[in-house]
Design a protein around this ligand. Structure first.
Ligand SMILES: *Cc1c(COP(=O)(O)O)cnc(C)c1O
Length: 238
């Protein structure tokens, strides 16, 4: 059935099922419980109708990269029970307040100043704002994420904010890596988690996208962020 926006709900449902199967197979192959891997459906550049179709197929957690787009979708979809948006894009400090109103969790926190701004903004919330510290494990200059040497300072800063809840680490590996190098970058994130308090302090690892979710799950990911494999190609690059 096609909606007027051109979104095919049955297509999205089918792709969502295929992604869930990939997650399950990858978890089993890694000797892990499939329930230990959450699926975040990345809906950036997709219309609200696409989110609605995935929601109808049982999906509840969605990822967005842009504050304005998140705000627009949130209001178009207001009232859907248990619908949660996660913010996964680069975030400017002056948008912290807005994001703390709109999102359940921010995956892309990479500076102490941003931690402070989110910590202040989140005091107005009923429940703590979930925070992942994004680590730049590929050392690409243009990429978001803190340097490994800064990580501990950020973790301590989050710990000092009562309105934030530390979820874990997030990373986006370099594009186009061979599977060996990809595994090494995901492994580096898992190693950082071990070095900084393990799963006790850092219960989650947010890593893995449409192309590499299997490698991420093999390395211990607890939250894969999947866009294209669910919604198809995006209108613009992002
Ligand atoms: C767009 C995006 C994704 C989803 O990427 P796909 O390749 O479409 O699955 C995941 N994480 C982040 C941070 C993104 O910006």
């Amino acid at each position: 059935m096609r909606e007027s926006s051109g979104v095919s709900g049955s297509r999205i449902e089918e792709r969502l099922r295929a992604v869930r199967e990939r997650i399950e197979r990858a978890a089993c192959a890694a000797g892990r419980d499939p329930q230990s891997v959450r699926l975040l459906a990345v809906s950036k550049y997709q219309p609200a109708a696409a989110v609605r179709a995935a929601y109808a197929a049982g999906q509840r957690d969605f990822g967005e990269n842009y504050v304005q787009e998140l705000g627009a979708k949130q209001s178009q979809l207001a009232g859907l029970p248990e619908l949660r948006f996660h913010f996964i894009g680069q975030l400017q400090r002056n948008k912290a307040r807005r994001v703390a109103e709109l999102a359940s969790t921010v995956h892309s926190v990479d500076s102490c100043k941003l931690v402070e701004a989110l910590g202040r903004a989140a005091r107005a919330r009923e429940s703590p704002l979930g925070v992942f510290i994004q680590v730049n494990v590929s050392d690409e200059a243009q990429k978001g994420g803190c340097r490994e040497a800064e990580l501990e300072r950020l973790l301590v800063a989050v710990g000092g904010q009562a309105a934030l809840r530390l979820m874990g680490l997030m990373a986006v590996p370099q594009a186009g890596l061979s599977c060996g190098s990809l595994a090494a970058q995901f492994g580096r994130v898992a190693g950082l988690r071990q070095a900084h308090g393990g799963s006790q302090r850092l219960p989650e690892l947010s890593m893995g996208m449409s192309q590499d979710l299997e490698a991420a799950i093999a390395a211990g990911s607890t939250c894969v962020r999947i866009g294209t494999a669910i919604f198809g190609a995006r209108a613009s690059v992002g």
